[in-house]
Design a protein around this ligand. Structure first.
Ligand code: ZN
Ligand code: ZN
Length: 153
């Protein structure tokens, strides 16, 4: 009799996320734990769902990726991330007031929040000190606005 394999919450999937220190997609995680004998995507997804449920990891929606929680104990399922548009650095912010504010704003309208994700995008401190990154960012933004108000049709 075989039972579906269930991994301990702080098992190899969590270990892979922790050691990466950066967001990983489910398939990147699968690659990382393959040599530990885990080859079935559902096993990885189940482990990820549990980690998210237990607040040990968070899902970064816009990247379709997962990241280990930086807090020793994350009391709330909501997490806010900053994402650097230049180097891709993702950091979890300490923003419990903002999370509470969003929740209050929603419940004030009679809305029950089940899940909440928030992301801020821009440049990280390292990239802000890098003239090349600043120039690339400026070029990206001028291209963006060019797309919207371009008249060359
Ligand atoms: Zn967290
Ligand atoms: Zn950066």
């Amino acid at each position: 009799m075989t039972r579906p394999r269930t991994l301990p919450a702080r098992g190899p999937v969590y270990g892979a996320l922790r050691s990466a220190g950066a967001p990983m997609t489910a398939y990147q995680i699968l690659d990382a734990v393959r040599d530990q004998g885990i080859t079935a995507p559902p096993t990885v997804y189940r482990a990820l769902n549990r980690l998210v449920d237990e607040g040990l990891a968070h899902r970064v929606e816009s990247l379709n990726a997962y990241v280990a929680c930086v807090h020793s104990r994350h009391g709330d399922a909501a997490a806010i991330f900053s994402i650097c548009e230049n180097c891709g650095l993702v950091a979890e912010l300490e923003a419990t007031d903002a999370v509470a504010g969003l929740r209050d704003a929603a419940s004030g309208r009679g809305f029950r929040v089940d899940r909440m994700t928030a992301e801020v995008r821009g440049l990280c401190g390292v990239c802000l000190d890098d003239p090349k990154a600043l120039a690339a960012s400026a070029a990206r933004h001028s291209t963006d606005s060019g797309d919207h108000d371009g008249h060359d049709h």
